[in-house]
Design a protein around this ligand. Structure first.
Ligand SMILES: NC(=O)c1ccc[n+]([C@@H]2O[C@H](COP(=O)([O-])OP(=O)(O)OC[C@H]3O[C@@H](n4cnc5c(N)ncnc54)[C@H](O)[C@@H]3O)[C@@H](O)[C@H]2O)c1
Length: 436
């Protein structure tokens, strides 16, 4: 990544520090190769039986992508709310019928506050997708890993540092036994994979600074006027700081994860601001963030974000180096300019009909068109081959990076990585799921 030969001892220590962070958190190399027959017994070549926990927009999309690979069947569903469970049952029964598979067994539909434990213990699933609101991810991941199921956990893995530590511990328990993926599908998008490979190969020279921005549209949702206040919070968790982690942890984390990927590490400190001026919803999430992250070797990266834009959106990361500049839009150029110019030809990406719209489910055209199919295929193949993934530490690292920016913005001061990563700060939703 960096051709600068004048590294200081401090810089080397920073890199070593990150290697130690990942080594300590994965517990091993992160990947262990086992013969396929040891992985799923005699069923090694059959489809992976997938359960979906959290039957909303993203979970339904994740499960559909898994089904579309031909490597999986959806065999169980779990949700807090009956209408969400019923919708998903109808969808996956209809998809099963179209594909000539058996539909869902009613015994495998789990409802209510303990549904996550029931699906985790089901004998009819090998792997579980966790696509519940972020606040629940550590608890749900712990249950799934304890029950010995492979897991695809949506981002962010947690909303607070305590949750991130719990996820790291789950990764250590899963290491070598289970595949544990985190929903950063952009890391599997072919244009991004090629771009980052070139940057790591030195195409930008010495990286000096960068900018990432996540300018998004308002996330509109039904108001649920007749629901209780607690049910309304859950239904519209994206508007709620504690349930979502706020927009930097819930949504901007995709751009932050790419910065960590490109720079092969996490920032050492951050300062920033955030605010809420024009969001029309009754929640308390911010509508913008402006943060400066300092990565090792003094690489400053600004993160700017909004979540209220009308008629326009753009998500992009730019890195400025001694040999060139890169940019990587969700939709638009994915390119390197300068001494080693390169550009992904978007004509190579299949187009999807929603190409002009911002997609709340994460389904985008152009540079991200293949992100989800590739990510789901890689997850399922890791289970079938026994070459298990372990993305818990990486998922926690990006979540902690977003929390670092959030803490700096909330507290209006410079905050260090160590303060946040080592803190046991825990957020409370004050929700009793048995009395909504
Ligand atoms: N990777 C991506 O690009 C991407 C895109 C969108 C969303 N996401 C992530 O996916 C997750 C889900 O987002 P979404 O947009 O599908 O939300 P959603 O509100 O559409 O779905 C959440 C589902 O979880 C259910 N639920 C809530 N609390 C529950 C609990 N305690 N136990 C069981 N079920 C519960 C809800 O009833 C709902 O069906 C979030 O973590 C979000 O950040 C990722």
């Amino acid at each position: 990544m960096n051709n600068d030969t004048g590294q200081s001892n401090h810089d080397s220590r920073a890199r070593l520090g990150r290697r130690r962070f990942l080594a300590a958190t994965t517990g091993a190399a992160g990947v262990m190769i086992l013969p396929a027959r040891l992985v799923r017994g005699t069923a090694a070549n059959s489809a992976v039986r997938v359960g979906l926990l959290g039957c909303g927009g993203r979970g339904t999309g994740d499960a559909t992508h898994m089904l579309d690979t031909g490597l999986a069947r959806i065999t169980a569903l779990a949700d807090l709310f009956p209408d969400q469970l019923a919708k998903a049952k109808q969808r996956f029964n209809s998809l099963a019928q179209q594909k000539g598979y058996a539909g869902l067994n009613d015994q495998q539909l789990f409802l209510g506050p303990t549904a996550f434990q029931q699906i985790a213990h089901s004998n009819e699933v090998d792997a579980i997708i966790i696509a519940t609101p972020p606040y629940f991810h550590p608890e749900h991941l712990e249950a799934v890993v304890a029950a010995g199921k492979h897991v695809y956990c949506e981002k962010p893995v947690a909303v607070d540092p305590d949750g991130a530590q719990r996820v790291i511990a789950c990764g250590q328990k899963a290491a070598g036994r289970l595949s544990l993926d985190v929903g950063f599908q952009i890391r599997n998008a072919p244009p991004f994979v090629e771009l980052v490979k070139r940057i790591h190969g030195g195409a930008l020279g010495t990286i000096v600074c960068g900018e990432a921005y996540y300018y998004g549209t308002y996330l509109n949702r039904p108001a649920w006027p007749n629901a209780s206040p607690n049910e309304r919070r859950l239904r519209n968790w994206v508007w709620d700081r504690v349930l979502s982690g706020d927009i930097i942890v819930e949504q901007n984390i995709h751009a932050i994860d790419i910065c960590n990927w490109v720079l092969q590490g996490h920032p050492l400190k951050a300062s920033g601001v955030c605010g809420r001026k024009v969001r029309p919803d009754p929640g308390d999430a911010s509508d913008h963030y402006n943060v400066v992250f300092t990565y090792p070797e003094g690489v400053h990266v600004t993160l700017n974000s909004t979540q209220f834009d009308r008629g326009w959106w753009d998500v992009n990361e730019r890195f400025f180096g001694s040999k060139g500049v890169s940019e990587s839009h969700y939709s638009g150029p994915c390119a390197i300019y300068g001494d080693e110019p390169w550009s992904w030809n978007t004509a190579r990406s299949p187009q999807k009909p929603e190409s002009k719209e911002f997609s709340a489910t994460g389904s985008f055209s152009d540079n991200l068109a293949q992100a989800d199919p590739e990510k789901k295929k890689a997850f399922l193949e890791s289970i079938l081959s026994g070459q298990f993934h372990n993305q818990a530490a990486q998922g926690a690292e990006s979540a902690l990076t977003a929390m670092l920016g959030r803490t700096a913005a909330y507290q209006g001061r410079e905050v260090t990585w160590d303060e946040v990563a080592n803190s046991h700060e825990k957020w409370e939703s004050n929700l009793d799921l048995n009395h909504l």
